[in-house]
Ligand binder design. Structure first.
Ligand code: 5GP
Length: 120
C-alpha cells in the first residue's frame, strides 16, 4: 500500500532487503548505508512510529528485539569484542524512518558514543 512506511514495506517483502533474521515478531536486515562493518536493523513487524509511541502491550516485542540482537551479535562474530545498540527517536535523536527500529553496530571499535561531544 502506498501509504505504508518504508520498513512496513520491507517487513511485508514488498521492497527487497538483505534479511539476516526473521522471527514471528520482527525482521532483521542489513542497513543500506552501513556505518560499521556490521550494521543490522532489527525491526518489529508492528509499525510503532517512535519510542514515544510504545505501549505496555509492546513490552514482549521490545524485549524480544534484544534477544534477536544478542543472537545476531553472536552470529555476526561481534559479541565478544562488543557492539552498540541504538534506537533513535524523533528529530533530535536523528530518526529518519518512523517505524521503530534498533541498530546493531559492530566489527571495529566504534569510538565515543556521540561524535559532537557532550553538548554537540
Ligand atoms: P534512523 O536514522 O531512522 O534511526 O535509521 C534509518 C536507517 O535506515 C538508516 O541507517 C538508513 O541507512 C537505513 N535505510 C534507509 N532506507 C533503507 C532501505 O531502503 N533499506 C535498508 N536496508 N536500509 C535503509
Amino acid at each position: 500500500m502506498a501509504d505504508q512506511c518504508l520498513f512496513c514495506r520491507i517487513v511485508q517483502r514488498e521492497i527487497p532487503a538483505t534479511l539476516v533474521a526473521e522471527t514471528e515478531d520482527c525482521v532483521a536486515f542489513r542497513d543500506i548505508s552501513p556505518q560499521a562493518p556490521v550494521h543490522v536493523l532489527i525491526v518489529p513487524n508492528k509499525p510503532i512510529p517512535t519510542v514515544n509511541d510504545v505501549s505496555d502491550e509492546d513490552e514482549r516485542t521490545l524485549g524480544h528485539m534484544f534477544i534477536v540482537a544478542r543472537d545476531l551479535a553472536k552470529k555476526e562474530g561481534i559479541a565478544e569484542n562488543g557492539f552498540r545498540l541504538i534506537i533513535n527517536c524523533n528529530k533530535h535523536g536523528g530518526q529518519v524512518v518512523y517505524h521503530l527500529h534498533m541498530h546493531l553496530l559492530g566489527g571495529h571499535a566504534l569510538g565515543p558514543m556521540l561524535s559532537g561531544g557532550a553538548h554537540g
